[in-house]
Design a protein around this ligand. Structure first.
Ligand SMILES: Nc1ncnc2c1ncn2[C@@H]1O[C@H](COP(=O)(O)OP(=O)(O)O)[C@@H](O)[C@H]1O
Ligand SMILES: [Mg+2]
Length: 476
């Protein structure tokens, strides 16, 4: 059976040096780009985005499984976003202690009180998985989390297949090069935005990309913008502050920014507390939410992607409630759940605390945060839990089984970093796009994948956090 890249290639120092030089140039040529940190708001200083020299092996069966479950995850996120009672119940203990989730939830309640002014819903998400491969058993696909807001790297990952194909050819590995899969999430994500824009029904209306202060990863967005421009859909990029200065709603709740009507607001920002630099940012989020513009995501969908909701979904009988007549869908989704445990006050949460303290290395402690670097591992779990185990503070967290993929050798190519072989772990992301109008799902698709790889010495952190790098699956 076909395998990954052989060790004799991996350890051939002269070849590796040559390949790395070619790879970095080709990354620039293929547009696998990021702005350098020193110039956050200028495209004049650009480097290649970090990536692996070689694609990483992924068993075909789990890859197919991950893609196949995506449309069900889309449906699930959409159903949760509309289930007020479920969200209220699931998040009750969290919002009592977590200010950020509470603020989002308050916007959600405000919108419910006023009534939703737009029946078109656009969801662009990314479900992330790792492979549990303990004790030589077959790899089992486990979801790490689902990102329903600002899921990134759909743009750059549309450019990495050609890059790895070329590196493999230079390495004399033509057969492997032909096994690199096509991937174009940028087109699929843009397809979702375009559908929502079209249903909104105003040719003049624009798509607003709501962007961060510092825009290092701008090229990732640009691929999607480019796809929209190709369809003659106007896009503009604005920060919270810029929107708050000029945004207004007319008597029909149509949203205007800089005098232009907005059909779709695509959030590439707003997923973490630091993104809201002032109360004004929160007012702006509420204003956009109240408007008739299609929000990607709307506030309910944003909340559906919280880690607390993920934990509640893993409780017995909960998935069945969302798919009452589809046991096979329940089974498909549930098969990807890792063990997830509540830290709510009461005997069940107490048992979770005891379990974690007894074997901290088996778990990950997660707060309601996004963006990498927030989770707690190993002995630090004990420190943190000891400090809050008898207080409701603990309900801001969930506990999750730690997933153990088998490490593989690879080279992580970063600007200015020395070339050395690393023991690496990979995380597979799958992009979903859906559009609903009223009760009709007019689009529900899996639009591509993302493989990110990091050195096994890091427990946490994504590409933006400077830990993981872009990769491609080599199906084995
Ligand atoms: N259960 C887990 N087992 C092993 N590693 C995990 C687990 N959960 C998270 N991680 C690692 O931590 C990173 C961040 O966790 P994640 O839940 O995706 O939070 P974030 O919203 O910050 O991206 C993941 O990319 C993965 O590398
Ligand atoms: Mg993540």
């Amino acid at each position: 059976m076909a395998q990954g890249i052989p060790e004799e290639v991996m350890m051939n120092a002269a070849l590796i040096k040559e390949l790395a030089d070619v790879a970095k140039d080709m990354a620039l040529l293929q547009g696998v780009l990021m702005r350098t940190q020193e110039t956050p708001n200028s495209s004049e200083l650009v480097s290649h985005a970090p990536f692996t020299l070689f694609p990483s092996p992924v068993p075909k069966a789990v890859f197919v499984q991950a893609l196949a479950v995506q449309t069900h995850y889309n449906t699930l996120m959409d159903k949760i976003s509309r289930d007020t009672e479920f969200l209220q119940e699931a998040l009750e203990s969290t919002i009592a202690v977590d200010d950020f989730t509470a603020k989002l939830f308050r916007i959600h309640q405000q919108i419910l009180k006023e009534g939703r002014s737009q029946s078109i819903v656009l969801g662009l998400n990314r479900s992330d998985f790792m492979l549990d491969q303990r004790d030589g058993q077959t790899a089992s696909l486990k979801q790490i989390e689902i990102n329903t807001i600002a899921a990134s790297f759909g743009g750059l990952s549309s450019r990495t297949p050609d890059l790895h194909r070329l590196i493999l050819k230079v390495a004399g590995r033509l057969e492997e090069s032909q096994r690199i899969l096509d991937n174009n999430p940028a087109a699929g994500l843009a397809g979702g935005i375009a559908k929502a824009w079209e249903l909104y029904g105003s040719e003049r209306a624009v798509v607003v990309f709501l962007v961060e202060e510092s825009q290092r990863n701008i090229f990732d967005h640009r691929y999607i913008e480019n796809e929209l421009w190709k369809r003659n859909i106007r896009t503009i990029r604005r920060r919270f502050e810029e929107v708050s200065k000029t945004a207004s709603l007319d008597e029909n709740k149509r949203l205007f920014v800089d005098g232009q009507e907005v059909a779709v607001v695509y959030f590439r920002n707003g997923y973490m507390p630091q993104n809201y630099t002032s109360e004004q940012s929160w007012d702006t989020r509420l204003l956009m939410e109240r408007s008739r513009a299609v929000k990607c995501p709307d506030i309910g969908t944003h909340l559906a992607g919280t880690k607390k909701v993920q934990q509640v979904l893993a409780r017995p009988g909960v998935l069945e409630k969302f798919f009452p007549d589809q046991p096979q869908v329940v089974e498909q989704i549930r098969a990807t759940f890792a063990g997830l445990y509540t830290l709510d006050m009461g005997p069940e949460g107490d048992a979770t605390v005891q379990m974690a303290l007894a074997a901290p290395d088996k778990f990950v402690l997660k707060p309601q945060r996004e963006g990498g670097g927030n989770n707690i591992y190993g002995s630090e779990i004990c420190q943190v839990l000891e400090g809050m185990k008898d207080s409701s503070e603990r309900t801001a967290y969930i506990l999750m089984d730690k997933i153990h993929p088998t490490p593989v050798h690879n080279y992580l190519l970063r600007r200015d970093a020395p070339l050395k072989v690393s023991s690496c772990l990979s995380e597979l992301g799958v992009f979903g796009a859906y559009v609903r109008q009223g009760e009709d799902m007019v689009m529900n698709e899996c639009v591509g994948h993302l493989l990110r790889t990091k050195s096994a010495e890091h427990s946490d952190g994504g590409v933006a956090a400077g830990v993981a790098v872009l990769d491609n699956p080599l199906l084995v």
